[in-house]
Write a protein that binds this ligand. Structure first.
Ligand code: BGC
Length: 720
């Protein structure tokens, strides 16, 4: 807010508040009170929405790329406001590191590594002037067709909660962490209109626990979702914003709206518990001043939100790392190296059969002629072109990566558009790397004119210019990318034909899959020896892929989603639905309940060595516990595995394993270690909707250690 009120004497500023909190003279709450005491009604209302004028909507894409987007900055008192920049695959301000997408990072099953990613993103965000990051997206993947699947960590509440908590811990020393999209936002095309019906059990036991985990890890802020739940859009959903978030969980940070179309009513949303309408001066700027004047809006309600925002921002400013990051951290060597390491650790080797007695991967060093096939092999393809689009200074494509790693090899390239040419290249090579899958046209965030209510602007507006500007932003000419939910869970039919033809021409064919979630591979799985899921591997993705193909690194990933054999085995999904029921049956749990074996189960992934593991003990109390597992590398090279702990009710006809803990372990060949794995027993528990108390579900619960979600649960120990 530009200087207004200059005649009033200022006796307490934001900077003074920070100083006095640091000196231990006041608490953040007291400092917030003192600041509020200085503020005019106009200034207080100014805190409750973004600072960008509604008419500047079309300039947003450019502004997002140039720097943080402010909400509630009050110059007169030195209040910086919330200075938002988006994630989740990196900082969206131009020139930042593009990490592998969240789904890829979910495949690392490594919250400590994710914390390092958070640290890097936090430093880059702060170096570019932000104090608030929207990187922590943890919506549970209910169906792999969700267009924004790539932005979350997978299908399992425990996995996504711990990964989101890792990112949050990493971000917080430099920026405030915003966890999104609260809640049940897992459809794209219909996100602005769909109403999700969910019962209390599925809501609290499946779709919300990970939000609680991330809030307990210290997230300062929550972003409300676009969709509605049980008949109420999230911005006006008092049950979720106040009864659950504040009263039941004790969250004391601030809530911001998802952008522009995520606020439906200025006054009602404030009363329901939404603190900031982002990022424009839109509904609230029109509604609130009059409402405050004529008494429809109480001053207490304004102060309640003002206090949350200021207290949280003050706490952050007083406690964040003192050192200002220098500009050269942004996409600097250390962060690029981290992006590369994460990408190798994220790649999931689904199949690696032997040809002439030797597994196809890692590539035999004596191989000198390689055919690289597929248009995605030479495309800088780091994910969709929506709000999470990052603009790295460079991107290593699969073809770049292989050429750099194998300078002495003869590398032939065919884009696959001409099958005969691809087959000829494959036939003339010792091995083939065939890169197929998705890009921003197949899946991603999507905004269309007819998706949204443009009346919110209160003046004539069409989405055309915004789309055009986003297209320019995406450096793709006028192409924003179709995005949206996936139309099919398989590869494109042309790619399936290409796989079959190329694999027939060369038995040493590795299919590299690119995409944000599960890809159904049944039509061609048996025709190829080797399948590697690389997700969207980020700006260093090509180099990381070459590391894995050559064996310089092993593919460390484990599936954060189950891959079914047929989409008929998945929950009901209609991309255009206006109402939908979410229940407690999805992903691996639904496959297990229905007796449909997965093509590749949740948690699955091969490495270049082998492991054995044995549960040797555990202890559990209420929600927490520890399992002790002996792990041994039984193969011939150093490698890592992810020890996974599952619980199931063994008295059920078909036990349905539920992940309750995991830990990545790296060992030299022949080495053995005994490790403790922290347990989160929430999946074994139920919440009484009346008393809100949690207790163990009925049944005879057992516990096992496994390398992936187990099909049989015979050798379980009783969960005590
Ligand atoms: C997305 C959010 C994002 C926001 C700001 C919205 O369209 O749904 O995830 O944080 O834009 O970029």
């Amino acid at each position: 807010m530009a200087s207004q009120n200059t005649s009033t004497t200022v006796t307490f500023t934001f900077a003074e508040g920070v100083q006095r909190i640091r000196a231990g003279e006041v608490t953040a709450a007291e400092a917030a009170d003192l600041l509020i005491g200085e503020m005019t009604d106009d200034e207080l209302l100014w805190l409750l929405d973004g600072d960008t004028p509604a008419r500047s909507m079309t300039r947003l894409p450019g502004k997002i790329k140039a720097g943080p987007i402010a909400g509630g900055a009050v110059e007169r008192l030195g209040i910086p406001g919330v200075l938002f920049t988006d994630g989740p695959r990196g900082v969206v301000i131009d020139g930042s590191t593009a990490f592998p997408v969240s789904m890829a990072r979910g495949a690392t099953w490594d919250p400590e590594l994710e914390q390092q990613v958070g640290t890097a993103m936090g430093l880059e965000a702060r170096a570019r002037g932000a104090n608030y990051s929207g990187a922590v997206c943890i919506n549970l993947l209910r169906h792999p067709a969700w267009g924004r699947a790539q932005e979350t960590y997978g299908e399992d509440p425990v996995l996504i909660g711990l990964m989101g908590a890792g990112l949050t811990r990493g971000l917080r020393p430099n920026v405030m962490a915003c966890v999104k999209h609260y809640a049940l936002n897992s459809m794209e095309n219909a996100r602005f209109r769909v109403d999700v019906t969910v019962d209390e059990h599925a809501l609290h036991e499946v779709y919300l626990p990970h939000f609680k985990t991330v809030i307990d890890a210290g997230a300062e802020s929550v972003m409300s979702a676009y969709n509605s739940v049980n008949g109420k859009f999230l911005d006006v959903n008092k049950v979720l914003l106040t009864d659950v978030l504040r009263d039941e969980w004790g969250f004391d940070g601030f809530v911001t709206s998802d952008w522009v179309f995520g606020t439906h009513a200025g006054l009602e949303s404030l009363e329901a518990g939404l603190d900031v309408e982002m990022p424009l001066r839109l509904l609230r700027a029109r509604e609130l001043p009059a409402a405050l004047k004529d008494g429809r809006l109480s001053r207490d309600t304004v102060i309640r939100s003002a206090h949350r925002i200021l207290r949280t921002t003050l706490t952050h400013a007083a406690s964040r790392d003192q050192a200002e990051p220098s500009a050269d951290v942004v996409a600097g060597a250390a962060h690029r190296a981290l992006a590369r390491r994460v990408a190798t650790q994220a790649m999931v080797l689904l199949k690696n059969d032997a040809v002439d007695g030797v597994p196809v991967l890692p590539l035999d060093p004596s191989i000198t002629r390689i055919a690289v096939i597929g248009k995605l092999a030479e495309q800088a393809n780091t994910g969709d072109h929506g709000s999470s689009l990052v603009h790295p200074p460079s991107t290593s494509t699969p073809l770049d990566g292989l050429r750099e790693a194998l300078p002495g090899a003869e590398i032939a390239y065919a884009d696959g558009s001409d099958i005969a040419a691809a087959v000829a290249a494959a036939g003339a090579a010792d091995a083939v790397v065939l890169v197929v899958g998705m890009d921003h046209d197949d899946e991603g965030e999507r905004v269309e004119n007819d998706d949204i209510n443009l009346d919110v602007f209160g003046f004539p507006f069409t989405f055309g210019p915004f789309k055009w500007a986003m297209g320019k932003l995406a450096k793709m000419g006028s192409q924003f990318g179709r995005g949206g939910d996936r139309e099919s869970l398989t590869l494109h039919p042309g790619d399936e034909r290409l796989v079959a033809a190329v694999a027939a021409a060369n038995p040493r064919t590795t299919v590299v899959l690119i995409g944000g979630s599960a890809i159904i591979v049944e039509a061609w799985r048996a025709k190829v020896p080797t399948i590697l899921h690389a997700w969207y591997p980020g700006m260093e993705g090509g180099r990381a892929l070459a590391d894995v193909l050559t064996g310089a690194a092993e593919p460390g990933g484990r599936l954060p989603v189950s891959i079914p054999t047929s989409d008929a085995h998945l929950p009901f999904f209609d991309a255009e639905a206006t109402t939908i029921v979410y229940d407690a049956w999805w992903g691996q749990r639904k496959l297990d309940r229905d007796g449909n074996p997965a093509a590749f189960p949740f948690g699955f992934g091969l490495g270049y060595t082998t492991f054995e593991q044995q549960l040797v003990g555990h202890q559990a109390q209420d929600n927490d516990g520890t399992a002790t597992v002996r792990v041994r590398n039984t193969g011939s090279r150093t490698g890592s595995t992810v020890v996974q702990i599952y619980a199931a009710d063994t008295s059920a006809g078909r036990p349905i394993p539920q992940l309750i803990g995991f830990r990545r372990v790296e060992l030299d060949p022949g080495a053995e270690a005994t490790v403790d794995v922290a347990l989160d027993l929430t999946p074994t528990r139920q919440r009484d909707p009346r008393t809100r108390a949690w207790s163990r579900r009925p049944g005879t619960w057992g516990i096992v250690a496994a390398a992936h979600s187990p099909r049989v649960f015979d050798d379980a120990r009783p969960l005590t």
